[in-house]
Design a protein around this ligand. Structure first.
Ligand code: PLP
Length: 353
């Protein structure tokens, strides 16, 4: 009997939301943006050259890093880019969570965190959210090997205010604190903690082009932090793959950053639709957590969320459902166009009538 399987790493993988091929559905299950990417991105797509594909891409990703540095008014040495923020966060885990102490993240949160920690053999502790689903800074004032949480949190969509994040940072000068701002572009002016970076050299902020920039298909994410943090991450990146970012993503990413007017317009539209949709859900008797993201987390006593999920799916409407303690009567519903959400409201009205 051969024993090669004894030496295989066996992991329980992250399960992404479905990506059905059917185009005749309302797809509100993976928090994609319902609007197309900037027309400038589509135009640059026509300009992809043979030469661009024949050669290796720029391993330093300087064009995209410079564009992001410029946009956020930081130095290029403060920016790291990767293949979606999943790649950026995985690199950060490998780089910063390298002790025997447990890392901390909320029990109800982005489920990839525990998958990465398990895969990389990083000890971790899931910190329960408070009864109202908020993150309590008090719970993060204990010894740890690092901290990560999304802000707004996913799947609750709730924003932790800056004062509370400061409290977590002040209590943890000896570990890296990662704030995953995948959804912060939908949270209003002062929600991001990017402005705290000059004060806290252990704060890393991650962002993605997948939600607010309508570019989930290109796979672009980035991190901003003190230049020491960025240098350490860069060294890890060059230790496993020098060319993470492909040439096309690097080029098109720059175009997206340049078109700020379009970016702001589409983000505003989604926030506006979110507010209207929330009102409709409340009218239908749903409990809706206060959302600062491009999705809402909601449930009703009138019908189990699992049943609404299944019935919606039969009707070609895709939501996300998590069969997890405390949130098993909630649905995560991505904000689509106004027309999408009107169809959802009509469906729910009929279903619950
Ligand atoms: C979507 C998401 C990400 C990952 O986004 P990428 O597509 O990999 O850039 C990271 N964190 C949270 C909380 C997310 O919801």
């Amino acid at each position: 009997m051969s024993k090669w399987e004894d030496n295989v790493r066996k992991v329980e993988p992250y399960v992404p939301g479905e990506q059905p091929n059917d185009t005749n559905i309302i797809k509100l299950n993976t928090n994609e943006n319902p609007y197309p990417p900037s027309p400038m991105v589509m135009k640059a797509m026509q300009e992809v050259t043979e030469e661009g594909l024949r050669k290796y891409p720029d391993p330093t990703c300087s064009a995209l890093i410079d564009a992001l540095a410029d946009y956020h008014k930081v130095n290029s040495a403060n920016v790291f880019v990767g293949v979606g923020s999943d790649d950026v966060i995985a690199t950060a885990f490998m780089t910063f969570f390298h002790s025997d102490k447990k890392i901390l993240f909320p029990d109800i949160s982005y489920s990839f965190y525990s998958v990465w920690a398990s895969m990389m053999e990083i000890p971790f502790e899931k910190v329960p959210l408070a009864d109202d689903f908020t993150i309590s800074p008090e719970d993060y004032k204990k010894e740890n090997g690092g901290i990560i949480f999304p802000n707004p949190n996913a799947p609750t969509a709730m924003l932790l205010e800056k004062g509370a994040i400061r409290e977590i940072l002040d209590a943890n000068p000896d570990s890296v604190v990662i704030v995953d701002e995948a959804y912060v572009d939908f949270s209003g002016e002062d929600a991001s903690v990017l402005d705290l970076i000059p004060e806290y050299e252990n704060l890393l902020v991650t962002r993605t082009f997948s939600k607010s920039r309508s570019l989930a298909g290109l796979r672009i994410g980035y991190a901003i932090g003190n230049e020491k943090l960025i240098k350490y991450m860069s060294d890890v990146k060059y230790s496993y793959n020098s060319y993470t970012m492909n040439e096309t993503s690097l080029k098109l990413g720059v175009e997206s950053v340049k078109d700020d007017a379009y970016f702001k317009k589409t983000c505003d539209a989604i926030v506006n639709t979110r507010e209207n949709f929330t009102k409709e859900l409340l009218k239908l008797g749903f409990n809706v957590l206060p959302s600062k993201a491009n999705f809402v987390f909601a449930g009703t006593d009138k019908m189990p969320a699992s049943e609404i999920f299944a019935k919606a799916r039969e009707n070609h409407i895709f939501f996300r459902y998590f069969a997890q303690n405390r949130i098993d009567n909630f649905l995560r519903i991505t904000i689509g166009t106004d027309e999408d959400m009107e169809r959802v409201v009509r469906f729910l009205k009929d279903l619950l009538a």
